[in-house]
Design a protein around this ligand. Sequence first.
Ligand code: TYD
Length: 199
Amino acid sequence: MLITIEGIDGCGKSTLMGGLEAALSDINPLFTREPGATWIGDQVRRGIAEEIDPIAEALLFVADHAAHLAEVIRPALAEHRLVISDRYSDSRYAYQQVTLAPLFPEPLLWLRSVHGNWTVRPDRTYLLTIPIADALDRLDGKDGREHFERAEVLEQVQKNYLALAEEDPQRFVLVDALQEREKICTFIAGDIRNLWQSL
Ligand code: TYD
């Protein structure tokens, strides 16, 4: 079963992932992330830092996703593991739709066709939503802002996420990221556990 966690920078995904590791340790999920901890993931982070061409950047994220599927996701699903990924295809659909918008029309269509029929659809996606001002406040303590971490970009990214969720309400669960950390973690861990046990 594949679970993904999505949301804009500063929404608290990293804290949540840590909480889920503790709360779900008895069912031994495989925790993973995009961009990954591989050499391709390193190139993605380098591309982000150097602000390379948005098409090149988008394709690096896609390359990272392909390797992630081949090396981590598909093998784990073949062993019937529970896989929980911090970011996944919806990150491309939400973020790269913004970075590619000045370059050509209909970037979402392009992004979807690049993922084509080889990606794996998550069984459930938790989308953490947060007012942009709160997300930026949380990012203030962080060194070196990525080019995505600007109010106008994050605003549009979150709108894109919400549109994706509206299109696919069966898969998406929206979670208010301003709630207490414990409460968010308990809710999501409980929901994942129910889903896992219902298989
Ligand atoms: P991430 O490592 O989750 O951010 P953090 O540095 O907060 O841990 O992701 C790095 C950045 O890359 C983040 O701003 C979101 C962006 N991103 C995309 O634009 N597209 C993608 O497909 C992915 C996976 C991430």
